[in-house]
Write a protein that binds this ligand. Structure first.
Ligand SMILES: [Zn+2]
Length: 158
């Protein structure tokens, strides 16, 4: 992915993401979803939120290998890209060692978003409250609020 591209996210995607994540939060477990996007000449647009089969606990999630394989086949067939993996934490948003080790996204410049408080945040404060990491040379680097603002643009209507 080109690092200067902007990413457009319909507001409904933010709503759906937090709805799914809160569903896991109600069971006191972390939850995991993916944003899939289409690539245009100079931007990406998030098209959908995918909820893979997963095993969850209060402090972790696990996506079985065969499910990761299925997702990769599906994304290839639909000519979309997995632009971000998103998961929740019981409290603060950070990237743990486990998050680094079990990331299912391995392409440079793609994103990992961590949602705090099991997703109990307002839709409107999504990008202020979440911690956003970008894969740089096999290392998940936290990106600054300034860069988040520049990169992610919420579309109020589709
Ligand atoms: Zn985590």
């Amino acid at each position: 992915m080109n690092k200067t591209h902007q990413i457009y996210i319909p507001y409904t995607i933010i709503e759906k993401t937090l709805q799914l994540i809160k569903k896991y939060g109600k069971k006191f477990t972390e939850g995991f979803v993916l944003w899939v996007a289409s690539e245009n000449s100079d931007f990406y647009k998030v098209k959908d939120v995918w909820e893979p089969k997963q095993q969850n606990s209060f402090i972790s999630y696990y996506i079985p290998e065969e499910e990761v394989h299925k997702l990769n086949v599906k994304i290839y067939k639909k000519k979309l890209i997995l632009i971000a993996q998103i998961h929740s934490h019981p409290s603060y948003a950070y990237h743990s060692q486990t998050d680094d080790d079990y990331a299912i996204i391995h392409l440079p410049n793609l994103f990992s978003i961590v949602i705090p408080y099991f997703g109990n945040i307002d839709n409107s404060e999504f990008f202020e409250k979440c911690a956003i990491f970008q894969l740089k040379k096999n290392h998940w680097k936290k990106i600054s609020k300034k860069k988040v603002k520049k990169t992610f643009k919420i579309l109020k209507e589709e």
